[in-house]
Ligand binder design. Structure first.
Ligand code: RUQ
Ligand code: CUA
Length: 765
């Protein structure tokens, strides 16, 4: 062991010297030389200095990006723009075993609609849970536009825990948006349809039978789950509801939902009518829906809702009569609706209008109080005149879409889709401050915590729909382009282009990284998808295989570098269930598990228990193995599933072939074991000489190491026993097993030692 370490150090040093000797020309290269060689300008260098995160250092912000048609979430760091993780949400994802093990499948299948399996999603808007209008870093929500669903991700382990299907919509877009204390998650419909499930209505009854709506999903923070039977919806006219936002501060308790196509046009080019695009943008204005959700929730509690598909829906008439629903006209085909950090204003941008319209919540309330309405819409909803609700309108450019806010007072940023620009402007004074070009056709944009009550400023990310000529060509389907922009100064500066090759990321939210407190391991035996003890979990030494009729259930464990059991024998036609517990406590010691040709895969992080299940419907020999390169003996982390023909019996009592080891081999192994013990003792001596108990990570590693060493006792008894009987095969192999346990313990010990040295451990007396 010791010599191996020394050899490794020697090699590294030699390599280092070699490099120094042959590359002295490079060593002398100056910054100017590099700039010249790579064609970099001062500006480039500045951008590099602002974004480069040196090895071992971490990003200041973490961004959660919708993964668009991939149905996933992408996590990356800002300012480095390094991708850290894809979180599987609506789509099977093999790395995480998502959809390939039983526990994650249970979550994915919550998203079935009327019994139909749905294996993808069109994710649009992620939202981080909030406390008093600020990100608290506990949960993440995201919507699926195509199949109206919402998902809950727990930010302790970045895993999807729940999917809920909207009970009355057939598509949605205006989700996920949280209320300031995450009491509710807002999800607004998009394309109107009959609210009753599986109900056919012809398009000719669009105005009378088709409806939109907005759903308020109750969130139970303690359980970390949405509560369907405490959630409710508001019935809305068939106006293609769009984005939404929750009021905050003075506007807390209210929510705002845009719409487009309030013309209620239903196309029909096949019948000679003008197409959707023409009919849906004929009027000069659409409607912003203004909803008092707090009062609506009380009305539902008081029994004023109607049940549709078993779900509480507050009818339009009730909402109007009780004064919880109002409309305000907004310019042509609006898209984004974004409440300012102080909660006083609501910024709306219409794709076909060059202005942003800033509405004043105070003005809206004054009109409601005075009963001052300009009209009623065809469904009897009072309409507040635009001029009575407006604070100001600012001309920004072509195709304004979405707005985010700065840490600086009154400063906002709006994306200009047609102009391919970001406009920086002041919403209090109504004037433009700066503009920057992006490449190309920006959709959403995002500033750090820029949709909360306390935006952090610093950076803005432009989420561009097209990347055209920005990257090396990879065929007709291009990646998207997320462009990082420095907003800490008066003038915006473009810093970095990041290609995102996983669907169209519509919206992103970014949180200060230090607000997140992710775990590094699970309590041993946890089902991570329910957060509860997994019924299939076992401790080391309790592994077993249980047969019940044609059902075979394996309770196994994983620890470097061993899968218990090593063989699973079943008969053709058996239903096989394998529960696997990762016994490791060491950080990042994930094991994977798969069985050849049965389409199962599990990612088993430290402490987790996962189940895979399949029908052994073909006889044969199927290796199973660990799919994560977890240790030097990872390749040996293997076993066999033997699927025998029905009623198969071995011909005679065949035993396994011997390897032919000698006494000499056995003695050599014993010497190796003794040498390794010396290294272990030294490492342990160091660790116990310092205050290692102050470091929870080290304590966990030591527990693992002690576990390993405890296992040597049994193996030692076995090799000594075999040696007494001169069975050198058995003696040598069991002695080798002792060494295996030692190597794992030593590996952990060395890691612990390095950790302590790097983290300033102190000598104890
Ligand atoms: S979208 S480009 Cu939010 Cu789904 Cu606006
Ligand atoms: Cu465990 Cu490889």
């Amino acid at each position: 062991m010791k010599t191996r370490i020394k050899q490794a150090v020697g090699l590294a040093l030699a390599a280092g010297f070699g490099l120094a000797a042959t590359s002295s020309a490079f060593a002398a290269e100056s910054l100017q030389d590099v700039m010249k060689r790579r064609g970099l300008s001062q500006q480039d260098l500045m951008a590099a200095a602002k974004t480069y995160v040196p090895t071992g250092k971490r990003d200041e912000f973490l961004a959660f990006s919708s993964g668009g048609q991939s149905g996933q979430i992408i996590v990356y760091g800002i300012p480095s723009m390094r991708i850290l993780k894809y979180i599987a949400v609506f789509t099977p994802e093999p790395w995480q075993g998502y959809g390939f093990d039983e526990n994650s499948k249970a979550v994915l299948r919550q998203g079935n609609i009327d019994g139909k399996e749905i294996n993808w999603g069109d994710t649009h808007h992620p939202a981080i849970s909030e406390t008093q209008g600020q990100y608290d870093g506990q949960f993440l929500f995201i919507n699926d536009k195509a199949n109206p669903r919402l998902a809950v991700i727990d930010l302790r382990d970045f895993e999807t825990k729940q999917i809920v299907v909207n009970p009355i919509f057939k598509s949605e877009h205006g989700g996920a948006f949280v209320t300031p204390n995450t009491e509710y998650v807002i999800e607004a419909a998009q394309y109107a349809s009959p609210l009753e499930n599986q109900k056919f209505e012809p398009l000719t009854s669009f105005n009378s039978k088709y409806r939109g709506g907005v759903t308020y999903w109750k969130f139970d923070r303690h359980e970390g789950r949405l509560v369907p039977n405490e959630s409710f919806s508001l019935e809305l006219p068939p106006y293609s509801q769009d984005l939404s936002d929750a009021g905050k501060g003075p506007s807390e308790g209210w929510s705002f939902t845009n719409s487009f196509c309030s013309e209620r046009y239903v196309g029909g080019i096949e019948k000679g009518r003008p197409p959707y695009e023409a009919g849906c943008s004929a009027k000069d204005t659409d409607y912003m829906h203004v909803v008092n959700w707090k009062k609506a929730a009380e009305l539902v509690k008081a029994g004023k809702a109607t049940k549709i598909n078993g779900h509480d829906v507050l009818p339009i008439e009730v909402a109007v009569k009780e004064g919880v629903l109002f409309l305000v006209p907004e310019p042509k085909s609006p898209h984004g609706v974004d409440v300012t950090p102080d909660g006083k204003f609501i910024t709306v941008s219409g794709k076909l209008d060059t202005h942003v319209s800033v509405y004043s919540f105070e003005n809206i309330m004054a009109a409601i109080k005075a009963g001052k309405f300009e009209s009623k819409d065809p469904y009897g909803i009072p309409v507040i005149a635009m001029k009575d609700a407006l604070h100001t309108q600012v001309e920004l450019g072509l195709g304004p879409l979405h707005t985010q806010y700065d840490a600086k007072n009154c400063v906002a940023y709006t994306s200009l889709y047609v102009d391919s620009q970001v406009a920086k402007w002041n919403y209090c004074e109504g004037k433009v401050l700066d503009k920057i070009s992006v490449h190309y056709n920006i959709g959403h944009l995002m500033t750090m915590e820029g949709d909360t009550m306390a935006p952090q400023g610093k950076y803005l990310v432009a989420l561009n729909k097209l990347s055209i000529d920005r990257f090396n060509p990879v065929g007709p389907l291009h990646p998207q382009n997320h462009q990082l922009i420095d907003i800490s100064n008066d003038k915006m500066q473009l810093l970095y282009d990041m290609p995102l090759p996983l669907g169209e990321p519509h919206y992103v939210v970014a949180i200060k990284a230090d607000k997140l407190k992710p775990a590094v391991r699970y309590k041993v035996g946890t089902d991570s998808r329910t957060d509860k003890p997994h019924p299939g979990a076992v401790r080391a030494g309790q592994e077993k295989t249980v047969r019940n009729g044609n059902k075979v259930e394996v309770f196994g464990t994983l620890i470097r570098s061993h899968i218990t059991p090593e063989t699973i024998e079943v008969e053709k036609g058996d239903e096989v269930t394998i529960h696997l517990t990762n016994l490791e406590r060491a950080q990042d010691e994930t094991h994977g598990f798969t069985v050849s040709t049965f389409n199962v895969h599990a990612s088993v992080e430290p402490g987790k228990t996962v189940t895979v299940k399949f029908k052994a419907d073909k006889e044969g020999v199927y290796p199973y193995y660990c799919t994560e390169f977890c240790s030097a003996l990872h390749l040996e982390m293997q076993g066999y599933l033997l699927v025998k023909p029905k009623g198969w019996k071995p011909e005679k009592d065949a035993s396994l072939a011997g390897a032919g080891y000698t006494e000499e081999d056995y003695k050599k192994t014993l010497k190796k074991v003794a040498d390794t013990q010396v290294v272990i003792d030294q490492v342990v001596g160091y660790i116990t000489s310092v205050n290692y108990t102050d470091f929870p990570d080290v304590v966990a590693m030591m527990e693992d190491a002690v576990d390993q060493l405890n296992r040597t006792k049994e193996a030692k008894a076995k090799h000594e026993d075999a040696a007494r009987g001169a069975d050198w095969d058995q003696a040598n192999l069991w002695a080798e097993q002792v060494w295996q346990y030692q190597v794992k313990a030593a590996d952990l010990g060395l890691r612990a030692k390095t950790y302590l040295e790097q983290n300033g451990a102190k000598k104890v007396e």
